[in-house]
Design a protein around this ligand. Structure first.
Ligand code: 6PG
Length: 249
């Protein structure tokens, strides 16, 4: 772990030998954050990442150990972002979590809050943004009246994008924003930087294949910490942010 003062990625950086130990480490941290949250409140509002990275974590969380140590009925699952594809398409972040985690945990729909209604009700992004904004009103809010997630799990793209906040597309300050990915599926919805910044805990998972981009971001931040070249730069106030990296320091 970098000592804070030297840490251009700010806050906490946890290194693991490889992606396998990253997965087991993040699963333990996930369980610990839930346990600590449930000491203060009755349910945990968390937002899942999309992409492939969380799939190994979901697999790990299906182990009996986590059946016993996580109070699954106390979890409300939201999403950090979504691709505007059919809700049963393989590229859907909801579908990915539904098939890799929710169905195995027999979680009822009352605990799951996809960015697109399921079963699907075709709607354009402005309708979906308003709908999700209204869902987020059910979360506790902070003194800036922003909904506060207890935990947001994020991956990072090879271009440094976080959720579906792509470089140059982080200025939206609504709670939920429409963005365009450089590669298909292009149409996206994402939690905004203010919402991610407001979360109590933000955990970024990066497998060994992301070492180059993470170190590039760290090097940039050492030189120009205040220039928001990368989406993660706009999370700079995230005292809650911690990095879990699948390579040795
Ligand atoms: C998405 C994700 C996105 C993802 C990164 C990393 O919808 O694509 O939310 O932010 O976390 O692109 O993706 P991988 O985990 O597949 O490398």
């Amino acid at each position: 772990m970098y000592p804070n003062a030297m840490n251009p990625l700010f806050n906490k950086v946890f290194h693991y030998a490889d992606n396998a130990t990253l997965t087991t480490g993040v699963a333990l941290r996930f369980s610990e954050i839930i346990h600590l949250t449930l000491q203060e409140k009755a349910l945990v509002n968390l937002a899942l990442s999309g992409g492939q990275t969380p799939l190994a974590l979901y697999q790990e969380l299906l182990k009996n150990h986590y059946e016993r140590t996580i109070d699954w009925q106390a979890l409300h699952f939201y999403f950090g972002d979504e691709r505007l594809v059919p809700v049963n398409a393989a590229e859907s972040n909801f579908y990915q979590a539904q098939t890799a985690l929710f169905v195995h945990k027999n979680l009822p729909a009352t605990q799951i809050f996809p960015m697109q209604p399921y079963p699907e009700v075709p709607a354009d992004s402005s309708v979906l943004i308003r709908r999700y904004h209204n869902l987020l009103k059910d979360l506790p809010s902070n003194n800036a009246n922003l909904p506060v997630f207890d935990l947001i799990l994020l991956g990072i793209g090879q271009d440094g994008h976080i959720a579906s906040l792509f470089p140059g597309q982080t200025a939206c300050d609504s709670w939920v924003c429409a963005t365009e990915a450089p590669q298909a599926p292009k149409a996206r919805l994402t939690l905004s930087a203010p919402i991610i910044r407001a979360a109590k805990k933000v955990v970024i998972l990066a497998g060994a294949e992301k070492q180059a981009i993470v170190e590039k971001i760290a090097a940039k931040r050492r030189l120009t910490p205040t220039i928001p070249d990368y989406p993660v730069d706009v999370l700079v106030n995230a005292t809650a942010l911690e990095w879990h990296l699948g390579w040795p320091s």
